[in-house]
Design a protein around this ligand. Structure first.
Ligand code: ADP
Length: 261
């Protein structure tokens, strides 16, 4: 994967030598392959709900609408679910491409971590209650501040909490904690859910990577949530990591600069 350029050395109008410049293009090739995979994945992900919608709509038009209203209602529900999937997918794709374009301006401010966590939890509390899951702000003291863009921090917290609830069966618990890590604050979202097998952990932040395709889709997952989270955390200068024990639960941790208050 070496590309060679020959550059002539010219003194006045006399050729005095030639320099060979070697470029290692492995990275470029890898990037091109990643992009190709991504386009293929996106097309596949979009095609599935579209074909389902087409199929069910055609069946309804072919007569099911009049002949069997109960069945028609079920079909319309399926169409609705897949339209929602499409819409979630498009929203996540737009977010990712905005983040990757580098055009999104982050406006970091000192933010109260406990309030941000409580706010994110309140958005998801109904879903948690329905599943009998307790949400807990753990040890986060009211004096904890992080330096972050408000909208982006909300998105990280909501995505991680949403996953924690999604992949935790009934009667579990989701806890958010914070601890000092030098000049950073390490924030962890811990659940008592299904956990993630060790072999999947290294790939969990890749776009469209899912431990269990069917399970994730069933639950309305786009497979993009964690890539978005990782992107946001890294663009704030933080790091993200995950630990998990299958059958016991998972902990997603990320670091942010302290907010200086
Ligand atoms: P999805 O939309 O499928 O949830 P994500 O990018 O948010 O996509 O997560 C990728 C995959 O990681 C999920 O499909 C799921 O298999 C796994 N995962 C994420 N969070 C958790 C968690 N808290 N517990 C168990 N598995 C998880």
């Amino acid at each position: 994967n070496i590309l060679t350029h020959w550059v002539p050395l010219i003194d006045g109008n006399r050729l005095t030598g030639v320099v060979a410049v070697f470029h290692d293009i492995s990275d470029l090739k890898r990037l091109a392959a990643t992009r190709r995979d991504f386009v293929a994945n996106v097309s596949h992900e979009l095609r599935t709900p579209v074909s389902v919608i087409q199929g069910y709509a055609e069946t309804l038009l072919a007569g099911a609408l009049e002949s069997d209203p109960d069945r028609a209602r079920r079909f319309i529900q399926v169409i609705h679910n897949h339209a929602e999937r499409l819409s979630a997918l498009i929203a996540d794709l737009l977010t990712l491409s905005e983040l990757e374009s580098g055009k999104v301006l982050l406006e970091p401010h000192p933010l109260n971590l406990r309030s941000a966590v409580k706010q994110a939890m309140s958005l998801l509390s109904q879903r948690a209650t329905d599943k009998g899951i307790t949400l807990d702000t753990g040890n986060i003291e009211a004096s904890r501040f992080v330096l972050a863009d408000k909208g982006k921090l909300d998105q990280v917290l909501v995505n991680l909490l949403d996953n924690a609830i999604k992949y935790t069966p009934g009667n579990g618990k989701v806890t958010v904690t914070a601890e000092d890590e030098a000049e950073m604050l390490k924030i962890s979202v811990t659940d008592t859910g299904l956990g993630i097998p060790a072999k999947d952990l290294p790939r969990i932040f890749e776009r469209f990577y899912r431990v269990d395709e069917a399970r994730s889709r069933d639950k309305g997952g786009t497979g993009l949530g964690l890539s978005i989270v990782k992107h946001i955390v890294q663009s704030h200068g933080g790091m993200i990591s995950v630990k998990s024990i299958p059958g016991e639960g998972s902990t997603f941790s990320f670091t942010l600069k302290k907010g200086g208050k």
